[in-house]
Design a protein around this ligand. Structure first.
Ligand code: KIV
Ligand code: NA
Length: 264
């Protein structure tokens, strides 16, 4: 059955975890779809994992449109979520709508944008005009230069309170999902208890409505040292499809993330 916004909300209400993975092409989309992954995220992480850039900032809207089209061709049931890349939505809500419309026309069912409460107005503008929005808070890689590096967010009481307010503002503005990246598990739990929409975590612990990982990471393809929140599901699997199924099973069984993958 086709996964829709309603499916995701129902899963969260029923306590069934939402399974999300990044996806950049039709072949992987087909494998993930068949493995029962609920949401395929065409992430701007493609700038690093596909293009070899050292951040997501160089990724263009045209490139996101292209990869969204490829993923949409391979996905039968999964919901296709596409990232708005850096520079394509921050300037104005009109700019955000024009960019998001291109992703929707390429086959996305929802778009994701990074930022806190200041993106609430844009979120509302898109949602009122037919474009579901996934908010992305915590570690927001497009802001790496103002954050001064990739690090866990929300560690002080002040930052934690701000992130909680951000999540509330974005959910109130109509966001369909709130994605949290690299945040203490306790804070992610508080956000999940507070907002009425499903939450998705990456490095945000177990007490969220669903999980996401970069597919290359969970297949063991990463340069250098493994990030704390990543698990290599290729270890112990005999195929890529098997590894993706193992990830989906582990998310649904709440055995991933385990203690060793969680920031406290
Ligand atoms: O681009 C991406 O892969 C993402 C995830 C890390 C959430 O935004
Ligand atoms: Na992204």
């Amino acid at each position: 059955m086709k996964v829709t916004v309603n499916t995701l909300h129902k899963k969260a209400r029923d306590g069934e975890k939402v399974v999300m993975l990044t996806c950049y092409d039709a072949s992987f989309a087909q494998v993930m779809d068949e493995a029962g992954v609920d949401v395929l995220l065409v992430g701007d992480s493609l700038g690093t994992v596909l293009q070899g850039a050292d951040s997501t900032l160089p990724v263009t809207l045209d490139e996101m449109v292209y990869h969204t089209r490829l993923v949409a061709r391979g996905a039968k049931n999964a919901l296709v979520l596409a990232d708005l890349p850096f520079g394509s939505y921050q300037e104005s809500r009109e700019q955000a709508f024009a960019s998001a419309a291109r992703l929707m026309q390429a086959g996305a069912h929802m778009v994701k944008l990074e930022g806190g409460a200041y993106m609430a107005e844009t979120t509302r503008f898109l949602v009122e005009r037919g474009i579901p929005v996934c908010a992305h808070i915590g570690l927001t890689p497009q802001s790496v230069n103002t954050m001064g590096g990739y690090r866990v967010q929300g560690k002080t009481d002040e930052d934690a309170a701000r992130l909680l307010d951000d999540a509330k503002a974005l959910a109130d503005a109509g966001a369909s999902l709130v994605l949290m990246e690299c945040m203490p598990a306790e804070l992610a739990r508080r956000v999940t208890e507070t907002v009425s929409v499903p939450t998705i975590g990456i490095g945000a612990g177990l007490d969220v409505s669903g999980q996401v990982l970069v597919v290359y990471d969970m297949l063991g393809i990463y340069p250098g040292k493994k990030a704390k929140f990543v698990k290599d599901f290729m270890a112990g699997a005999d195929s890529i499809a098997g590894a993706i199924k193992a990830y989906a099973d582990a998310v649904r069984a709440k055995t991933f993330p385990a203690a060793e993958h969680i920031f406290s």
